[in-house]
Design a protein around this ligand. Structure first.
Ligand code: S5P
Length: 279
């Protein structure tokens, strides 16, 4: 099988067994959108309104449910309705980072019961493989997928070099549940020294990439932005994650226009990537 970078999203969907990864790739192909909008607002009403506006343009919505001040569980029912109405998946950006037993409780229980509604969640590899075992004990029976943070978009991140390689190695050992990475570039071949090349050829980790903006280079707290073209075409990433570049842009009409703008940019960069590879 050629590198995932050379394949269409639809072709890659056929090769995936994890239900969340398969559904995400199918959704991307169906909606012609590799855009994930991150809705980092603090009021339920704003959260749901923005998602309803951007819904037609996205494959995935990324949430930080713990920043909602007036949270009630009924908001999750509304979110699920919007997910069905607009055909997108849900990614709670929880960034788990504890021992397996603790993260299993944090994932399944408490106020948010994340595993009951979020198709995809993420974790820092810092605790070692036990974090995957813990989350998988909850998520695998529900058909969920896990993303490991192999790199970060922020200035001075410690997630680089050997740390990144070891994150990829941890993922390779749990390919049924770990479906990809938060990373700034493709992870093909990273940490793969001494591995069999036929096994690596079948590897297809999804690369979800934050730090995407068309109008700014960064913020005052270390965030760094690249364009969809840099991220998808030059670095070979699969999904662009955009927050303030979309929801921070004013009224609903502006937010809708920005969502369509990022969707188009992300999709054009993917189409160019595929055609460059094919020619
Ligand atoms: O390395 C990272 C990983 C993540 S998940 N850098 C990030 O910015 N994120 C998240 O992406 C971050 O928590 C925020 O929700 C989103 C980026 O938001 P923006 O407003 O800067 O686009």
């Amino acid at each position: 099988m050629p590198s995932a970078r050379l394949l269409t999203y639809a072709q890659r969907a056929e090769n995936h067994h994890n239900p969340a990864a398969k559904a995400l790739l199918e959704t991307i192909g169906r909606k012609k959108s590799n855009l994930c909008v991150s809705v980092d607002v603090t009021k339920q009403a704003d959260f749901l309104r923005i998602i309803d506006v951007v819904g037609p343009y996205i494959c995935l919505v990324k949430t930080h449910v713990d920043v909602i001040e007036d949270f009630e569980f009924s908001m999750i029912d509304r979110l699920k309705e919007l997910s069905a109405k607009h055909d997108f998946l849900i990614f709670e950006d929880r960034k788990f980072a504890d021992i397996g037993n603790t993260v299993a409780l944090q994932y399944s229980s408490g106020v948010y019961k994340i595993s009951s509604w979020s198709h995809i969640t993420n974790a820092h590899p810092i605790p070692g493989p036990g974090i995957i075992t813990g989350l998988s004990s909850i998520g695998t029976p529900l058909g969920r997928g896990l993303i490991l943070l192999a790199e970060m978009s922020s200035k001075g991140t410690l997630a680089s070099g050997a740390y990144t390689s070891q994150a990829v190695q941890m993922a390779r050992a749990h390919r049924d549940f770990v479906i990809g990475f938060i990373a700034m570039r493709r992870m093909d071949g990273v940490g793969a020294e001494g591995l069999d090349s036929t096994d690596l050829a079948n590897e297809d980790f999804l690369i979800l990439t934050p730090g995407v903006g068309l109008d700014a280079k960064g913020d005052s707290m270390g965030q760094q932005y690249r364009t969809p073209r840099e991220v998808v075409l030059e670095s070979g990433c699969d999904v662009i994650i955009v927050g303030r570049g979309i929801y921070g842009k004013g009224n609903d009409a502006d937010i809708q226009a920005q969502a369509e703008r990022y969707r188009k940019e992300g999709w054009a960069a993917y189409e160019e990537r595929i055609s460059v590879q094919a020619s």
